[in-house]
Design a protein. Structure first.
Length: 104
């Protein structure tokens, strides 16, 4: 994997429907995705966090949240977990678990 590129891994999305008494359907989308960058296996945690993980948390994750924050979507859950040396490819980044409800 190339250094400097952000890799996106997306798990299958689960769609849950609920219905009001009048038959109005509300859909909630739940899933996980990872944003990862290549790293040096010999780097210490502080360097991995400062160089790889923090930029993903502050920039990329915020971009995703800002993109879905609008009147038609409600973010129910947006949980971020750090990942280090993943998949034997020395990938560091974040695993995000989300749940979003369409409110229109």
């Amino acid at each position: 994997m190339d250094n400097g590129k952000v890799h996106l891994f997306v798990d299958p999305i689960t769609i849950d429907s609920s219905f009001s008494d009048s038959g109005y359907e509300t859909k909630t989308y739940t899933g996980k995705y990872m944003l990862l960058v290549s790293s040096d296996i010999d780097e210490g945690y502080k360097d991995k966090f400062d160089n790889n993980i923090r930029p993903l948390i502050t920039n990329s994750n915020q971009f995703v949240k800002d993109s879905i924050l609008c009147s038609d979507y409600q973010i129910n859950k947006f949980q971020t977990m750090e990942v280090i040396n993943l998949f034997d490819f020395n990938l560091d980044g974040v695993l995000v678990t989300y749940s979003i409800t369409i409110t229109k």
